[in-house]
Design a protein around this ligand. Structure first.
Ligand code: F6P
Length: 348
């Protein structure tokens, strides 16, 4: 008989409930108890928990968000919080902790593991930027939402002979922009990994318009920046507990600049949290379910300090250390495929 604590931390994403369901189901088959920790690390600091059984997971598979709630609380930020958290692990008699999150949540999991906490990680983020795994769940859903948006922008852009700029999420990695841009047939994709030259972007769009195409679609990651100016577009100077500023604004700035330089009417759309909401795709439901089952297996075998990961078609354990030390940025082979369809690829 074991007792597992489970929490979801950082930004939510579609598929979190599918993981929770899998962990509870697999644990109950082992006759183990599961304790849901509310609102990420905050719940473990404050002792805010709820027991999870088959009743709680009924019907949650297709639901977006997380039934446990989430937060961006960093227990290492405020003195005394780690002690409170450790005391609560003892108080609730947890034999293991399953932390579902991105780089920040998994970073905390690794620190706790080094302090002796038996922890297993599960990678989630729509950004797909966790090292050690081919995919994080949530990414496929975000890509399908963005692709749908590009399709919709295409028809209105074509009717009005406009350039449409679509700003999507992606703080340090342009996976969403690149993969959705390929799927939606974008004419330019600007990502954080490749600072852009506004002059070249406009020249390419002009060449496309001069060749007879009277509309264009530009997809830009929120973290993309101009080559000669490494200032990030931020909505506010406010930082979260992990030191991240709130990004946003690059799409608007870009649209204004394109219109000024080309004299072609240019509009922008910011998809924002729409990309993170709603029901997960079938792919994300299955990946999340496989991750949940594999995490319980790691607990069973007492393989702590690991994260479950997808490699090819197999789910494997990788060291948490490997997953949090470096962000996984866009593979330039994929970006090159996208470039083949740009307005004028040779003129980068
Ligand atoms: O989930 C990751 C992410 O989507 C980033 O791409 C984005 O910058 C951030 O979350 C926004 O988070 P929040 O909802 O806390 O503003």
């Amino acid at each position: 008989m074991k007792k597992i604590g489970i929490l979801t931390g950082g930004g939510d994403c579609p598929g979190l409930n599918a993981v929770i369901r899998a962990v509870v189901k697999k644990s109950s088959k082992n006759n183990w108890e599961v304790l849901g920790i509310l609102d990420g690390w905050k719940g473990l600091i404050e002792g805010n928990v709820m027991p999870l059984n088959d009743q709680h997971i009924s019907g949650i598979l297709p639901k977006g968000g997380t039934i446990l709630g989430t937060s961006r609380t960093n227990p290492f930020k405020e003195q005394g919080n780690v002690d409170k958290l450790l005391k609560n692990i003892k108080k609730f008699k947890l034999d293991a902790l399953i932390a579902i999150g991105g780089e920040d949540t998994l970073g905390v999991a690794l620190k706790l593991f080094k302090m002796g906490v038996p922890v297993v990680g599960i990678p989630k983020t729509i950004d797909n930027d966790i090292s050690g795994t081919d995919y994080t769940f949530g990414f496929d859903t975000a890509v399908s939402i963005v692709t749908d948006a590009i399709d919709r922008l295409h028809t209105t852009a074509e009717s009005h002979h406009r350039i449409m700029v679509l700003e999507v999420m992606g703080r340090h990695a342009g996976w969403i922009a690149t993969v959705s841009g390929i799927a939606g047939g974008a004419d330019e994709i600007l990502i954080p990994e490749k600072p852009f030259n506004i002059e070249a972007v406009c020249k390419n769009l002009k060449a496309r318009h001069d060749s007879g195409k009277k509309f264009s679609i530009v997809v830009v990651s929120e973290g993309a920046k101009p080559r000669d100016n490494d200032h990030f577009e931020t909505l506010s100077e406010e930082k979260d507990e992990f030191g991240h500023v709130r990004l946003g604004g690059i799409g608007q700035r870009l649209a204004k600049e394109i219109e000024r330089r080309l004299g072609v009417e240019t509009r922008f759309t910011v998809l924002g949290h729409v990309q993170r909401g709603g029901s997960p795709t079938a792919y994300d439901r299955v990946l999340a379910t496989r991750y949940g089952i594999a995490a319980v297996d790691l607990v069973k075998n007492e393989h702590f300090g690991k994260m479950v990961a997808l490699r090819g078609y197999k789910i494997v354990p990788v060291d948490l250390n490997e997953s949090v030390t470096k962000l996984r940025t866009v593979d330039m082979d994929i970006y090159d495929i996208a470039k083949t369809f740009f307005a004028k690829p040779e003129d980068e």
